[in-house]
Ligand binder design. Structure first.
Ligand SMILES: NC(=O)c1ccc[n+]([C@@H]2O[C@H](COP(=O)([O-])OP(=O)(O)OC[C@H]3O[C@@H](n4cnc5c(N)ncnc54)[C@H](O)[C@@H]3O)[C@@H](O)[C@H]2O)c1
Length: 354
């Protein structure tokens, strides 16, 4: 899969009528007058990263063409097709990767696929997507309940439940099955990437690739590098994330990385204040929306993340830091124990069945 990025740069009269063509058969027939910040995906057998500069007769501008070849990564395995796994599968399939989504049961894979289909149909209704692209995305995704199906993947992204034992079991198993060149990545929010990598025999090919919810909308990916991650692995992970249109920030392998170390205490404090009776649910959410310009209040956000996932992350961070900032409020634990997991279960701080 090759991504071709086309973007304007400043006007440059010096280039005059010079036009340079990319000497790759069938690569691009640039319609230079169309060039605005725009991405074109097309399959090309080409194995380097190159930058070309064109002069556009039509716009009298210099045009930079940046060709990124995802040389190594063509087939992506995704473990867990819940909220995050299905979102990652969707964006990877959209960018023309072949995606194989692994779940513990066929039923759960179908549930993830249904989530993707629903989102794509909604995008079509809003005029943001066309039907051929919908078909392409769905055609690029296949399901699996057997790790053996991931043997020839170039990249495997684990997005299973936030639990160290579960994730270590997954990677130990994958390590026996996957080809030697595979890159392993975890989407964990709070667990140590180095600890996860330690159960594999390829710690240099292991990184954190932390996407945000909802994946098709949120532009950030945190790449987490361990002391063992190689430069090549980090570069390939960055190239992959950027080929999905994401912006990358690099984070240390420290619990919560950048975003969650800041976000989780805020969410826990909002639940604590609600539990204490400081204000109503709606007033807490509205206060942060209208007073601080947040797109949604913290109780809604916790529902969207998943109250179980919020609790898992809090417990892991508390265990690591031993700091009361990260101590989960009893209300959160009670809600999770009662099956109130937020939007994904239909009920959390809000009722989504209405
Ligand atoms: N929810 C968020 O906002 C968010 C954001 C960023 C990262 N994350 C991280 O992403 C991961 C997944 O979170 P989620 O919100 O998608 O959770 P989720 O509960 O929606 O999905 C987890 C999925 O993993 C599957 N699973 C569990 N064990 C498995 C196994 N052995 N093999 C295959 N599949 C397995 C489960 O069946 C489930 O469908 C967690 O590590 C979480 O911390 C979550």
């Amino acid at each position: 899969m090759t991504s071709v990025f086309l973007e304007h740069s400043a006007t440059c009269p010096l280039f005059g009528a010079v036009e340079k063509r990319v000497a790759v058969p069938g690569l691009i027939r640039p319609t230079l007058h169309l060039l605005e910040k725009k991405r074109i995906d097309q399959p090309v057998d080409f194995r380097r990263e190159i930058h070309y500069t064109y002069y556009s007769y039509d716009t009298s501008r210099i045009v930079k063409i940046h060709i990124l070849e995802s040389n190594m990564i063509k087939k992506v395995g995704i473990i867990g097709c819940g909220q995050m796994g299905s979102g990652i599968a969707q964006v990877a399939a959209h960018a023309d990767y072949r995606v194989i989504g692994n779940e513990v049961s066929e039923e759960l894979f179908q549930k993830g696929l249904h989530r993707i289909t629903r989102l794509l149909d909604r995008a079509i209704e809003k005029g943001k997507l066309d039907s051929p692209t919908r078909e392409k995305i769905l055609g690029n995704i296949t399901g699996s309940t057997d790790f053996a199906d991931l043997a020839d993947c170039d990249l495997v992204i684990e997005a299973a439940t936030e639990d160290m034992t579960t994730k270590k079991e997954i990677f130990a198993e994958l390590d026996k099955i996957c080809k030697p060149e595979v890159i392993f990545a975890s989407n964990t929010s709070s667990l140590s990437i180095g600890d996860l990598a330690s159960v594999t025999g390829r710690r240099d090919k292991f990184v954190g690739l932390h996407f945000f919810n909802p994946v098709p909308v949120m532009r950030l990916v945190e790449i987490v590098r361990t002391i063992d991650s190689s430069d090549e692995t980090v570069a390939a992970a960055r190239e992959f994330a950027e080929s999905l249109g994401k912006t990358v920030v690099m984070a240390k392998d420290s619990p919560g990385f950048i975003v969650n170390v800041l976000l989780i205490p805020y969410l826990l404090d909002s639940i604590r204040q609600y539990e204490r009776g400081l204000a109503t649910r709606d007033d807490i959410d509205n206060a942060m929306k209208l007073g601080c310009g947040h797109p949604m209040g913290p109780l809604t956000l916790a529902d969207f993340i998943g109250l179980d996932t919020t609790l898992f992350i809090a417990d892991i961070m508390f265990d690591q830091f031993r700091d009361s900032h990260y101590a989960a409020p009893p209300l959160l634990r009670r809600m999770v124990n009662a099956g109130y997991l937020g939007k994904k279960s239909g009920r959390g701080f809000y009722d989504y069945n209405k």
